[in-house]
Design a protein around this ligand. Structure first.
Ligand SMILES: NC(=O)c1ccc[n+]([C@@H]2O[C@H](COP(=O)([O-])OP(=O)(O)OC[C@H]3O[C@@H](n4cnc5c(N)ncnc54)[C@H](O)[C@@H]3O)[C@@H](O)[C@H]2O)c1
Length: 253
């Protein structure tokens, strides 16, 4: 494998990595020879995810934490620093929504909770990890946005769509600030991807969603992880501040 595409021996951290897209990213990194830390608030799923990596000749640790908490993220990064001394790749996957109420039914508390979950949950892991990346003059940050932050046509809660659009703005601003330190920051905005959460959330409208995707099916979390892997490689050094729509043609900008 060329130096441009090898992440062997690097340290990759996946926040919200215990399930779905995040778990596929963690497994892909491990398969590529990276050491992997999964940060997640679901202890059982997180430990199971890391076991499956370690049982397949990978090297990983699980760190319990809520991505919206600055304290949890500072503690998680401190633990990773103590174990491996570096942090090369950060993928931020924590996020989601539970229902799609009419806009006027999203009260102040629900609005703030959605923004916190989907925007602060990306910002806090970045904030904690960046000093370690700066020390090493190297880093790859990949933030998971959503097609619903790109188009009003995707079915999602309003707070979620707003926060996901803001994730791309955060990534663009951070990309400029961090470029002199060898750190790239990009956003991947997936269309509808079959994960356990989506299977439940969109059960009733699955056929309609499939029909709206030109490739004729939902994406897989492995297909998103493949795009994430590219952005995480050393060779993606000239790719920063970009937003990648990985959606089977569901929305083309
Ligand atoms: N699946 C899709 O169709 C789709 C489409 C577009 C964007 N996305 C985005 O991709 C990301 C992953 O989605 P998924 O479908 O794989 O979700 P998922 O629910 O299957 O997995 C999310 C994981 O993140 C963890 N998590 C959530 N909030 C957290 C928090 N605050 N702190 C710590 N852990 C937290 C959960 O415990 C879970 O393990 C989300 O940001 C989602 O918005 C998903």
């Amino acid at each position: 494998m060329s130096e441009l595409s090898s992440i062997k021996g690097q340290v990759a951290v996946v926040s919200g990595g215990a399930a779905g897209i995040g778990l596929s990213c963690a497994k892909r990194f491990a398969a590529e020879g990276a050491k992997v830390a999964i940060i997640d608030r679901d202890q059982n799923l997180g430990e199971a995810g890391i076991s499956s990596i370690n049982n397949n000749d990978g090297e990983g640790i699980f760190v319990a934490g809520d991505c919206t908490s600055d304290t949890d993220m500072d503690n998680a990064v401190a633990l990773i620093k103590e174990k491996w001394g570096q942090l090369d790749i950060l993928v931020n996957c924590a996020g989601g929504f539970h229902s799609v109420p009419p806009l006027e039914d999203v009260d102040a508390a629900a609005w703030r909770a959605g923004i916190d979950w989907n925007l602060s949950g990306v910002y806090m892991p970045m904030r904690s990890a960046i000093p370690l990346m700066k020390n090493n003059k190297y880093g790859r940050i990949i933030n998971i946005g959503s097609a619903s932050g790109r188009t009003g046509a995707a079915i999602a809660a309003v707070d979620y769509s707003a926060a996901k659009a803001a994730v791309a703005g955060l990534s663009r601003r951070a990309a400029v600030e961090l470029a002199p330190f060898g750190i790239t920051v990009n956003t991947i905005s997936p269309g509808t991807v079959m994960t356990p959460r989506i299977a439940v959330l969109h059960k009733e409208r699955m056929a309609a969603i499939e029909a709206s995707i030109p490739v004729g099916r939902l994406g897989s979390s492995e297909e998103i992880a493949h795009a994430v892997w590219y952005l995480a490689t050393p060779g993606a050094s000239f790719t920063t501040g970009a937003t990648f729509d990985i959606n089977g043609g569901q929305w083309i900008g």
